[in-house]
Design a protein around this ligand. Structure first.
Ligand SMILES: [Fe+2]
Length: 278
Protein backbone atom coordinates (compact mmCIF):
# COMPACT_ATOMS: atom_id res chain seq x y z
CA UNK A 1 0.00 0.00 0.00
CA UNK A 2 1.31 3.39 -0.86
CA UNK A 3 0.74 6.48 1.22
CA UNK A 4 0.04 8.26 -2.05
CA UNK A 5 -3.06 6.18 -2.70
CA UNK A 6 -5.47 8.32 -0.75
CA UNK A 7 -4.21 11.80 -1.46
CA UNK A 8 -6.35 14.58 -0.18
CA UNK A 9 -6.26 18.03 -1.74
CA UNK A 10 -4.91 20.89 0.35
CA UNK A 11 -7.57 23.13 1.86
CA UNK A 12 -5.49 26.22 2.37
CA UNK A 13 -3.17 27.56 5.02
CA UNK A 14 -3.64 27.87 8.73
CA UNK A 15 -2.82 31.22 10.16
CA UNK A 16 -5.14 31.41 13.11
CA UNK A 17 -3.32 28.76 15.10
CA UNK A 18 -0.32 31.02 15.13
CA UNK A 19 -2.44 33.61 16.91
CA UNK A 20 -3.61 30.98 19.35
CA UNK A 21 -0.07 30.00 20.14
CA UNK A 22 0.87 33.60 20.71
CA UNK A 23 -2.02 34.18 23.08
CA UNK A 24 -1.28 31.07 25.13
CA UNK A 25 2.45 31.58 25.26
CA UNK A 26 2.22 35.26 26.05
CA UNK A 27 -0.54 35.04 28.63
CA UNK A 28 0.54 35.44 32.23
CA UNK A 29 1.14 31.89 33.35
CA UNK A 30 -0.90 32.08 36.55
CA UNK A 31 -3.89 33.03 34.42
CA UNK A 32 -3.58 29.72 32.63
CA UNK A 33 -2.34 27.46 35.36
CA UNK A 34 -3.01 29.01 38.67
CA UNK A 35 0.59 28.12 39.33
CA UNK A 36 4.05 29.58 39.50
CA UNK A 37 6.15 31.06 36.74
CA UNK A 38 7.47 29.19 33.76
CA UNK A 39 10.84 30.63 32.99
CA UNK A 40 13.22 30.71 30.15
CA UNK A 41 11.01 29.84 27.20
CA UNK A 42 13.02 31.21 24.30
CA UNK A 43 10.89 31.39 21.20
CA UNK A 44 12.24 33.88 18.75
CA UNK A 45 9.05 33.68 16.75
CA UNK A 46 6.78 34.94 19.46
CA UNK A 47 4.98 37.96 18.13
CA UNK A 48 3.44 40.81 20.12
CA UNK A 49 0.31 39.72 21.89
CA UNK A 50 -2.75 39.55 19.65
CA UNK A 51 -6.41 39.45 20.58
CA UNK A 52 -7.55 35.93 21.33
CA UNK A 53 -9.40 34.85 18.19
CA UNK A 54 -12.51 32.79 17.82
CA UNK A 55 -11.81 29.36 16.44
CA UNK A 56 -15.08 28.76 14.65
CA UNK A 57 -13.96 29.45 11.13
CA UNK A 58 -13.29 25.89 10.12
CA UNK A 59 -9.56 25.85 10.43
CA UNK A 60 -9.21 22.64 12.37
CA UNK A 61 -6.06 20.70 11.61
CA UNK A 62 -6.46 18.76 8.39
CA UNK A 63 -6.68 15.01 8.33
CA UNK A 64 -4.33 12.85 6.33
CA UNK A 65 -4.17 9.15 5.67
CA UNK A 66 -2.60 6.86 8.23
CA UNK A 67 -0.40 5.10 5.70
CA UNK A 68 0.86 1.54 6.01
CA UNK A 69 3.25 1.89 8.93
CA UNK A 70 1.17 2.74 11.98
CA UNK A 71 1.42 0.30 14.88
CA UNK A 72 -0.80 0.40 17.97
CA UNK A 73 0.51 0.12 21.51
CA UNK A 74 3.48 2.46 21.12
CA UNK A 75 5.46 3.21 24.28
CA UNK A 76 4.54 6.14 26.50
CA UNK A 77 7.48 8.48 26.01
CA UNK A 78 8.33 11.94 24.70
CA UNK A 79 11.82 10.97 23.49
CA UNK A 80 11.52 8.48 20.66
CA UNK A 81 15.00 8.61 19.16
CA UNK A 82 17.31 7.83 22.06
CA UNK A 83 20.48 6.28 20.68
CA UNK A 84 19.25 6.55 17.10
CA UNK A 85 21.49 8.47 14.70
CA UNK A 86 20.20 11.50 12.89
CA UNK A 87 19.74 15.24 13.13
CA UNK A 88 18.18 16.01 16.50
CA UNK A 89 14.71 17.52 16.28
CA UNK A 90 12.55 18.91 19.07
CA UNK A 91 8.94 19.38 18.08
CA UNK A 92 6.62 21.24 20.43
CA UNK A 93 3.24 22.88 20.34
CA UNK A 94 -0.23 22.98 21.77
CA UNK A 95 -3.49 21.17 21.19
CA UNK A 96 -6.53 23.45 21.03
CA UNK A 97 -10.25 23.02 20.55
CA UNK A 98 -12.31 25.14 18.20
CA UNK A 99 -13.02 27.72 20.90
CA UNK A 100 -9.28 28.19 21.30
CA UNK A 101 -9.39 26.32 24.56
CA UNK A 102 -6.22 24.39 25.34
CA UNK A 103 -6.92 20.68 25.63
CA UNK A 104 -5.23 18.95 28.52
CA UNK A 105 -4.59 15.21 28.48
CA UNK A 106 -4.90 14.97 24.71
CA UNK A 107 -3.17 11.90 23.33
CA UNK A 108 -0.52 12.35 20.66
CA UNK A 109 0.92 9.21 19.07
CA UNK A 110 3.91 9.84 16.80
CA UNK A 111 5.63 7.55 14.32
CA UNK A 112 8.19 8.28 11.66
CA UNK A 113 10.97 6.97 9.45
CA UNK A 114 14.59 6.86 10.59
CA UNK A 115 17.46 8.83 9.09
CA UNK A 116 17.61 6.46 6.14
CA UNK A 117 13.87 6.52 5.47
CA UNK A 118 12.99 3.19 7.10
CA UNK A 119 10.18 2.50 9.55
CA UNK A 120 10.62 0.02 12.37
CA UNK A 121 7.75 -2.36 11.74
CA UNK A 122 8.93 -5.09 14.08
CA UNK A 123 9.68 -2.94 17.13
CA UNK A 124 8.93 0.55 18.33
CA UNK A 125 11.95 2.60 17.30
CA UNK A 126 10.82 6.14 16.51
CA UNK A 127 7.37 5.48 17.88
CA UNK A 128 5.81 6.86 21.04
CA UNK A 129 2.75 8.41 22.55
CA UNK A 130 2.29 11.13 25.14
CA UNK A 131 -0.37 13.40 26.64
CA UNK A 132 -0.64 17.16 26.67
CA UNK A 133 -0.13 18.96 29.96
CA UNK A 134 -2.55 21.36 31.67
CA UNK A 135 -1.74 24.05 29.11
CA UNK A 136 -2.42 21.71 26.20
CA UNK A 137 1.31 21.61 25.48
CA UNK A 138 3.38 18.75 24.15
CA UNK A 139 7.05 18.22 23.30
CA UNK A 140 8.58 15.46 21.21
CA UNK A 141 12.31 14.71 21.12
CA UNK A 142 13.21 12.89 17.95
CA UNK A 143 15.31 13.12 14.79
CA UNK A 144 14.59 14.60 11.39
CA UNK A 145 13.00 11.73 9.44
CA UNK A 146 14.70 10.51 6.30
CA UNK A 147 13.21 10.36 2.84
CA UNK A 148 11.80 7.25 1.19
CA UNK A 149 10.52 6.74 -2.32
CA UNK A 150 7.39 8.59 -3.29
CA UNK A 151 7.14 10.85 -0.24
CA UNK A 152 8.42 14.15 0.98
CA UNK A 153 9.76 14.47 4.52
CA UNK A 154 7.04 14.02 7.14
CA UNK A 155 6.11 12.88 10.63
CA UNK A 156 2.92 10.92 11.31
CA UNK A 157 0.76 11.67 14.31
CA UNK A 158 -2.61 10.73 15.75
CA UNK A 159 -4.19 13.24 18.10
CA UNK A 160 -7.18 12.56 20.30
CA UNK A 161 -8.87 14.71 22.91
CA UNK A 162 -10.38 12.79 25.81
CA UNK A 163 -13.56 11.02 24.70
CA UNK A 164 -13.33 12.42 21.18
CA UNK A 165 -12.54 10.89 17.77
CA UNK A 166 -8.97 10.41 16.65
CA UNK A 167 -7.44 12.86 14.19
CA UNK A 168 -4.83 11.20 11.99
CA UNK A 169 -2.50 13.50 10.13
CA UNK A 170 1.06 14.17 8.99
CA UNK A 171 3.37 17.10 9.61
CA UNK A 172 5.67 18.55 6.97
CA UNK A 173 8.95 20.43 6.76
CA UNK A 174 9.27 23.75 4.93
CA UNK A 175 11.70 24.10 2.06
CA UNK A 176 11.70 20.45 1.04
CA UNK A 177 12.04 19.96 -2.73
CA UNK A 178 9.65 17.02 -2.69
CA UNK A 179 6.87 19.14 -1.17
CA UNK A 180 6.17 20.18 -4.75
CA UNK A 181 5.69 16.66 -6.04
CA UNK A 182 4.19 14.69 -3.14
CA UNK A 183 0.44 14.61 -3.73
CA UNK A 184 -0.22 14.06 -0.03
CA UNK A 185 1.64 17.21 0.96
CA UNK A 186 -0.59 19.87 2.52
CA UNK A 187 0.89 23.31 3.23
CA UNK A 188 -1.59 23.73 6.09
CA UNK A 189 0.38 21.02 7.87
CA UNK A 190 3.77 22.69 7.65
CA UNK A 191 5.67 22.93 10.88
CA UNK A 192 7.66 26.01 11.73
CA UNK A 193 11.24 24.78 11.75
CA UNK A 194 14.46 26.50 12.63
CA UNK A 195 18.04 25.37 12.91
CA UNK A 196 19.52 25.60 16.38
CA UNK A 197 22.70 24.49 18.04
CA UNK A 198 22.69 20.72 17.93
CA UNK A 199 19.84 20.25 15.49
CA UNK A 200 16.42 21.65 14.68
CA UNK A 201 13.46 23.00 16.59
CA UNK A 202 9.96 22.76 15.20
CA UNK A 203 6.56 23.93 16.35
CA UNK A 204 3.08 22.89 15.34
CA UNK A 205 -0.25 23.55 17.03
CA UNK A 206 -3.11 21.14 16.52
CA UNK A 207 -6.69 22.41 16.42
CA UNK A 208 -9.26 19.68 17.03
CA UNK A 209 -12.96 19.78 16.36
CA UNK A 210 -13.75 19.91 20.06
CA UNK A 211 -16.31 22.43 21.33
CA UNK A 212 -15.62 24.36 24.48
CA UNK A 213 -15.40 27.72 26.12
CA UNK A 214 -12.75 30.24 25.15
CA UNK A 215 -10.00 30.55 27.70
CA UNK A 216 -9.68 33.54 29.94
CA UNK A 217 -8.65 36.32 27.65
CA UNK A 218 -5.17 37.64 28.26
CA UNK A 219 -4.46 41.36 27.85
CA UNK A 220 -5.14 42.36 24.28
CA UNK A 221 -2.76 45.24 23.86
CA UNK A 222 0.99 44.95 23.57
CA UNK A 223 2.89 46.39 26.49
CA UNK A 224 4.06 49.90 25.93
CA UNK A 225 7.74 50.51 25.51
CA UNK A 226 9.11 51.97 28.70
CA UNK A 227 11.40 54.97 28.56
CA UNK A 228 15.05 54.21 28.27
CA UNK A 229 17.44 55.01 31.03
CA UNK A 230 21.22 54.92 30.85
CA UNK A 231 22.52 51.39 31.04
CA UNK A 232 19.13 49.76 30.71
CA UNK A 233 15.37 50.27 30.60
CA UNK A 234 12.82 50.77 33.28
CA UNK A 235 11.33 47.48 34.43
CA UNK A 236 7.87 47.02 32.93
CA UNK A 237 5.07 44.53 33.34
CA UNK A 238 4.65 42.45 30.20
CA UNK A 239 8.16 42.91 28.90
CA UNK A 240 10.23 39.87 27.98
CA UNK A 241 13.70 39.88 29.49
CA UNK A 242 16.69 37.76 28.64
CA UNK A 243 19.49 36.71 30.92
CA UNK A 244 21.87 39.60 31.28
CA UNK A 245 19.37 42.35 30.53
CA UNK A 246 19.61 45.37 32.77
CA UNK A 247 16.70 47.36 34.11
CA UNK A 248 16.13 50.03 36.65
CA UNK A 249 13.42 49.83 39.27
CA UNK A 250 12.81 52.48 41.92
CA UNK A 251 16.11 54.00 40.96
CA UNK A 252 18.11 50.80 41.44
CA UNK A 253 19.69 48.88 38.57
CA UNK A 254 19.21 45.13 38.35
CA UNK A 255 20.58 42.40 36.09
CA UNK A 256 18.31 39.64 34.80
CA UNK A 257 19.34 36.13 35.94
CA UNK A 258 16.80 34.09 33.97
CA UNK A 259 14.84 34.84 30.84
CA UNK A 260 11.15 35.48 31.57
CA UNK A 261 8.18 37.69 30.86
CA UNK A 262 7.61 40.21 33.62
CA UNK A 263 4.31 40.44 35.43
CA UNK A 264 2.98 42.08 38.58
CA UNK A 265 4.61 40.60 41.63
CA UNK A 266 7.84 39.89 39.80
CA UNK A 267 9.34 43.31 40.35
CA UNK A 268 13.10 43.04 40.83
CA UNK A 269 13.21 43.47 44.60
CA UNK A 270 10.63 40.70 45.01
CA UNK A 271 12.21 37.93 43.00
CA UNK A 272 15.90 37.34 43.66
CA UNK A 273 15.72 34.29 41.38
CA UNK A 274 15.11 36.61 38.46
CA UNK A 275 16.90 39.84 39.30
CA UNK A 276 20.13 40.69 41.01
CA UNK A 277 21.14 44.21 41.99
CA UNK A 278 23.81 45.33 39.56
FE1 LIG B 1 5.24 7.87 6.19
Amino acid sequence: MSEQDEARPPRGGITRKQLLRTAIVAAPVPMLLGAGPVLGRADAQDAPLQPTPMCDDGDETHEQIEGPYFKPNSPLRTAIASGIPGTRLTLSGFVFGIACQPIANALLDFWQADDSGAYDNSGFRLRGHQFTDARGAYTLSTIVPGLYPGRTRHIHVKVQAPNRPVLTTQLYFPGEPRNNTDTLYDPALLMTVRTVSGGREATFDVVLDVPGQPPTTPPTTPPSTPPSTPGGTTWADGRTYATGDRVTYAGVMYRCLQGHTAQPGWEPPNVPALWQAA
